[in-house]
Design a protein around this ligand. Structure first.
Ligand code: IVH
Length: 679
């Protein structure tokens, strides 16, 4: 074996291992190795690629993500149109479908291929000489959108075809469905909920939203999967004679096909499979909305052909939508970990498609108004597969005279702090961020994080145990933990040494900076930069907590909504109590020196590309120290751009807009001039 061949073999082995673990992690949601071991595989491959760039494999995951965001998708005409399927909804329709086929194929044995009907988005994939060159949405069937960049981030989809058992076609166009497997969907939604971000109503919306992202990095972060269900073109011909064999043939290249498919000798068998799948459906890894019934023999398919825009040889057999009527007994308000207030309808328990439903989320007060649902109302509850049930419709004709209209409560049901909802926001939130028991764990994790109070170990290692022991009712209790040494020692793995380290770390955190302290409070919308601007502008906590809306809105980096969140935060009495206790515990920072002149005050700067002498974070901090705002995108408001090596679209845009650009040398000179960097 030549040296090159060894390197390539190693690379291929690593790529295959990484792909296998990606599948286990993202699609099955069952990681089979530790994160650190996975990172090692990744680094090993990266190191090999750095050493032997000429051997980099086209399907390497290393630089897979990181494509540039697009401004829009290009339109592409499908060479073979992407047609749709007819539908049948019951046994009679299904048998009529079979009868039409039998009449066109007299005296022939007919076999049916029965597949899952994936509830996602149809796409077409082009492979030229085994390399994925294009991914296109179905669009209107004639013309779709070029989503190649996003498609390339789908982990279970082969980017390069290789096989040990045959040759690779010169042209292969595979059709199939992109979807988000249930496990990934649930994980994404619960992560988004914890972050206070938007959740998706069902896996289909989540998949569609992810594929439509112009920024491939976002698509890459979503657990999408591709399942093949057909071959539109193959040169040379694959040689298979049946639908099911052609799908099996695809699997040799690494394509996933449905986790179940069946071959039936009679239409009665098809019906039996369909009925069984209604029962098995909740246990599948992916969401389906029916079965697809196809004539298995490819020659017979050809004979049958198409009727207008649908094949005569296939039909979708949809599952019945499951809905049931019940009444709303009450509406409760739940507080999420980031303070979002969500209405939940308590229902008179009702069976919907074999599952008893007694609670259903109504998402937000806007949804309550849209449905006009009242306590006492009769509603239809709808469930598709095992997706979260939802209220589909209210029946005003059954409304009792004493039905009660629903109002957003004024106070948090958990901590009684005021509930606030700035104009233009869909979600209401509890303002007792530092105090509210529902938000405790997030508030603590944030408070102790590195860029806030920087108390090492507390957030990721001990926070949950301390909460269980009732030692942390709010963040101020952190500074009283030393009074509970004995209790701390009862925590598993917490020995004398860990207790001492934790105590030291807590003690050291008492000396901080005003801006870190503001950031630590976890006020909505107040990130690190905003905290720094608030610290610079108001200089003292007293000035900040008594600032009025107008003064806050004038602060650089503070938008109208954030200004309102700040006011709400400092108006919640419990937050003020916690603040006082924090200060009483000895948290302090250096008094402001006379306000320094800020030469770049209020200017908007952008840093792009790679700087040789420092990271982009360092450059950002230097600029911020001089009063500049550092933004992630170039606009007409940008004052200057600092461009390092390999600066891409941001530099182009700056040049287009005529915005002055500084190279690294000029940037460093400027920083020296302002005393930020010593000679
Ligand atoms: S075969 C000529 N097989 O259903 C059309 N389609 O209504 C051949 N779909 O947009 C389509 N699962 O995205 C086929 N196993 C499956 C499918 C499937 C889902 C979707 C497909 C299409 C729609 C047709």
């Amino acid at each position: 074996m030549t040296h090159d061949a060894t390197v390539i073999a190693q690379m291929r082995q690593l790529i295959q291992l990484i792909a296998k673990h990606n599948h286990a992690y993202y699609v099955m949601d069952q990681p089979t190795i530790e994160d650190s071991e996975y990172d090692q595989l990744f680094h090993q491959l990266k190191a090999l690629e750095q050493k032997y760039p000429e051997a980099i494999q086209a399907d390497s995951p290393i630089n897979k993500v990181g494509g540039q965001p697009l401004s829009k998708f290009d339109s592409i005409t499908h060479v073979v149109p992407m047609l749709s399927l007819g539908n049948v909804f019951n046994k009679e329709d299904l048998f009529a479908f079979a009868k039409r086929i039998e009449e066109r194929l007299p005296n022939q044995k007919i076999e049916y291929d029965v597949e899952l009907k994936f509830d996602g988005l149809a796409i077409s994939l082009w492979y030229e000489n085994g390399v994925l060159v294009r991914g296109v949405t179905r669009g209107d069937g004639e013309m779709g959108e070029d989503i190649t960049q996003n498609v390339k981030t789908i982990r279970n989809l082969p980017k390069v075809l290789s096989t040990t058992t045959g040759s690779v076609p010169t042209l292969l166009e595979v059709r199939g469905e992109v979807l988000m497997p249930k496990a990934g969907f649930e994980k994404l939604n619960s992560e988004n909920e914890a972050k206070g971000e938007k959740t998706f109503a069902n896996p289909r919306n989540a998949a569609a939203g992810s594929l439509r992202q112009l920024d491939p990095n976002i698509a890459a972060s979503r657990p999408l999967a591709f399942y093949a269900y057909g071959i539109a073109q193959c040169q040379p011909h694959h040689g298979q004679t049946t639908m099911s064999a052609s799908l099996d043939w695809l699997t040799q290249f690494g394509f996933a096909i449905g986790e179940k498919h069946f071959i039936c000798d009679s239409i009665q068998d098809v019906q039996a499979i369909y009925e069984q799948m209604i029962i098995d459906r909740p246990r599948l890894l992916v969401e389906i909305d029916g079965m697809v019934i196809k004539v298995n023999d490819l020659k017979q398919q050809q004979t049958l052909g198409f009727l207008s825009r649908e094949p005569r040889w296939a039909t979708a057999y949809k599952f019945p939508a499951v809905a049931a009527l019940t009444t709303v007994d009450n509406i409760d308000w739940q507080v999420g970990r980031t303070g979002t207030i969500t209405p939940v309808a308590r229902l008179n328990p009702v069976a919907v498609g074999g599952v008893t439903v007694s609670n259903v989320t109504l998402h937000n007060i806007g949804e309550i108004h849209r449905l006009d649902v009242r306590v006492g109302d009769t509603v239809s509850v709808y469930r598709s597969g095992d997706v979260i049930p939802k209220v589909e419709k209210v029946w005003p004709e059954f409304r009792p005279v004493d039905a009660v209209e629903v109002q957003l409560p004024k106070c948090c049901p958990v901590c009684e702090s005021p509930i606030v909802m700035p104009e233009g926001e869909a979600l209401a939130r509890c303002s007792g961020g530092l105090y509210c028991a529902a938000q405790r764990i997030e508030a603590i994790r944030h408070f102790v994080s590195r860029k806030a109070m920087d108390i090492e170990g507390l957030g990721d290692r001990w926070a949950e145990s301390l909460l269980h022991l009732n030692l942390l009712n709010d963040v101020a209790d952190i500074y009283h933990l030393h009074e509970h040494r004995e209790k701390l020692l009862t925590i598993e793995k917490m020995g004398e040494k860990s207790v001492q380290n934790l105590m030291d770390s807590i003690e050291n955190s008492k000396k901080t900076s005003f801006s870190n302290f503001i950031f630590a409070l976890g006020i909505r919308g107040v990130g690190e930069t905003t905290a720094r601007m608030l610290a610079n502008t108001f200089q003292t906590l007293d000035a900040l907590r008594t600032a009025d809306l107008e003064a806050l809105k004038k602060t650089p980096d503070v938008g109208d909504i954030t200004a309102e969140w700040i006011i709400d935060f400092f108006q919640a009495p419990h937050n003020l109590e916690v603040l006082d206790r924090l200060l009483a515990a000895g948290i302090h920072w250096d008094a402001p020196t006379a306000p320094t002149r800020q030469p770049l005050n209020g200017e908007s700067w952008v840093v792009t590309g790679t700087l040789a002498s420092m990271g982009r974070d360092d450059a950002t901090q230097l600029l911020q120290a001089l009063g500049a705002r550092v933004s992630g995108s170039v606009s007409s408001k940008t004052k200057r751009v600092v461009a390092g090596e390999k600066a891409g679209s941001k530099l182009d845009r700056a040049e287009k807009l005529g915005i002055p650009v500084l190279n690294e040398e000029q940037f460093i000179a400027l920083m020296k001039e302002h005393g930020q960097i010593q000679d």
